[in-house]
Structure formats: structure tokens, C-alpha cells
Design a protein around this ligand. Structure first.
Ligand code: ADP
Ligand code: MG
Length: 274
């Protein structure tokens, strides 16, 4: 279980996360939704240990082991994984080499066993619709948005983390790619020992069609201001985030039902701009 308790973090003197509590168990899928700038990516980065953020209080444990204070690679070895909203280009390093090194460094394979990894990699890549040519290319260099996100999913499939944080994995994906990556991740939440736990940061309910979240959390101004079942994502799609903003008023004021435009007429409701 990933257990986040009273997490406060920020940059310089500015608080961005203002007391996050979240528990995600193996096999569970939790969605984190919220307006732009509410702190979703910051939460992902702080959990993974990205430098530049200051954690002022709280705790983050994975199976009882405190992660705060550990370097990102140590958190990864403990079983935490992050798919980036904007995957970073790593010139000169093919994806296959990076994955082999990661597994060797974690003591999960020896150099001698990296051959069979090639076969697994090819099979996973084929399933995710990644062409073999991309595996040989430097990581994320000149990839389309869709290719980069498929690549992120491939890394997850190979590294088999315990808990994965998906930061807008669905952005930049067409419908076919979205189906492939979300089905692969959903499968990981049923297979494996232990099965994968997921924190899916997203603006769109359509990701949750293939990656069904049991719990949906609304992040606003650095706090989780509402949690519920899948119906909460449906409600957000209808109403937007207006009811969950800090200035939304006291109870008895504007409720979710009359909070915002019911239909933006975009085919899919874009929550991020509201
Ligand atoms: P979201 O992912 O929900 O859109 P972010 O976590 O990216 O939001 O950002 C939350 C707020 O924190 C924004 O106002 C953003 O400008 C600010 N922020 C995030 N990271 C940094 C940083 N490294 N330095 C300064 N401000 C930051
Ligand atoms: Mg973000």
C-alpha cells in the first residue's frame, strides 16, 4: 500500500500541496482529477522525489517504508513508478538499454539474462502498437505524443512496479492508443504479485472507461476536497470543478448540480479549461 499522510510541499516559500491524504492498495485504481494548476503534477513529482520541491511536513510510505528523503531511483527500486506528462528526451540511450540497466541495477536480472528481455520487450511493444524501430531509437527523442506515452506504458509493463502514478497518460493519445495503453495497465492491476496499484491523474472520464477507477479524488488548490466512487467522475464531466473551488461558497450555496455548463458541445467535455 502507498500511504500519503498530511503531505505539504512547495517551491521556495510557496505552498502547492497543502495536506494530502491518500491510500492506494495493490490492485486498486484511484483517479485524481482537478483544475489546471491545482497541484496534480506537483503531487506526482513530490511522490517520486523530483528535486526542487520542498516537503515541509507529512509522510509517504510504500509497504511501510518511508519514501521521503530517498532519491528517485531508490523510490523506483522500492516499487514506485511515474509516467511523465511530458516524457524527457534522453539522447544516446535506447529504451531497451535503459530498461536492462534498471532491471540489473535492481538485482532482478543479470547482464547475461538481458537477451530474454529482448523477447519480452518485443512482445510487449507489439501489444502496445510500438514499432520495433522505436525500441532502437534514443529514448523519447523525436517521438510523437502518442509514441512517447506508449513508450511510458512499455516501461511500466517491463519494470512491473507496485504502484504507478500516471500523469495525464491520456493527453496526446488517439482513441486506439488510449485503448491499448489503458488496457495494458488495467491488466497489470489484475495480474502480478502483487497486482499493480494505480494513481491516474486525468481530466477525462474516457481514460476511466478502460481503466476503471474504484475511487475518484478531486484535487483543488493543493488539497483533496472530495472523494467518491466512479459517479464522481461522471458528475465532474457534467458540471466541471466550480463546486469544488475554494471560493465555491458555504454549504447550501452553489451545488454541483448547478455549478457550471452541462455540455460544452465539444464531443467530450474538457474539464481542464473550466
Ligand atoms: P496541475 O498538474 O494540477 O496542472 P501543477 O502541479 O503543475 O498543476 O502546478 C501547481 C501550481 O504550482 C501551479 O501554479 C504551478 O505554476 C506551480 N508550480 C509547480 N511546479 C513549480 C515549480 N517547480 N516552480 C514554481 N512553481 C511551480
Ligand atoms: Mg499537470
Amino acid at each position: 500500500m502507498l500511504k500519503v499522510s498530511d503531505l505539504h510541499a512547495g517551491v521556495d516559500s510557496r505552498q502547492i500541496l497543502r495536506g494530502i491524504d491518500l491510500e492506494v492498495r495493490s490492485g486498486e485504481i484511484h483517479a485524481v482529477m482537478g483544475p489546471n494548476g491545482s497541484g496534480k503534477s506537483t503531487l506526482a513529482h513530490v511522490l517520486m522525489g523530483r528535486p526542487g520541491y520542498e516537503v515541509t511536513s507529512g509522510s509517504v510510505t510504500l509497504d511501510g517504508v518511508e519514501l521521503l528523503g530517498l532519491a528517485p531511483f531508490a523510490r523506483a527500486q522500492a516499487g514506485l513508478f511515474l509516467t511523465f506528462q511530458y516524457p524527457i528526451e534522453v539522447p544516446g540511450v535506447p529504451l531497451a538499454s535503459a530498461l536492462t540497466e534498471a532491471l540489473v541495477a535492481a538485482g532482478r536480472i543479470t547482464e547475461a539474462e538481458s537477451g530474454p528481455l529482448g523477447a519480452r520487450l518485443s512482445q510487449e511493444a507489439a501489444e502496445l502498437g510500438i514499432s520495433p524501430e522505436i525500441l532502437a531509437r534514443p529514448m523519447n527523442v523525436d517521438l510523437s505524443g502518442g509514441e512517447a506515452k506508449r513508450n511510458e506504458t512499455l516501461q511500466l509493463a517491463i519494470l512491473r512496479p507496485r504502484i504507478a502514478i500516471l500523469d495525464e497518460l491520456d493527453s496526446g493519445l488517439d482513441v486506439d492508443a488510449l485503448g491499448q495503453v489503458s488496457r495494458r495497465i488495467e491488466r497489470a492491476t489484475r495480474e502480478g504479485d502483487p497486482p499493480l496499484g494505480v494513481i491516474a491523474i486525468t481530466h477525462y472520464r474516457r481514460l476511466l472507461a478502460e481503466l476503471p477507477a474504484q475511487r475518484v479524488h478531486v484535487l483543488s488548490e493543493g488539497r483533496i476536497v472530495a472523494s467518491g466512487g466512479p459517479e464522481l467522475a461522471e458528475e465532474l464531466e457534467r458540471t466541471g470543478y466550480a463546486a469544488y473551488r475554494e471560493d465555491a461558497g458555504a454549504p447550501g450555496g452553489a451545488g454541483p448540480g448547478d455549478a457550471g455548463p452541462a455540455d460544452l458541445g465539444l464531443g467530450e467535455t474538457f474539464l481542464g479549461g473550466l
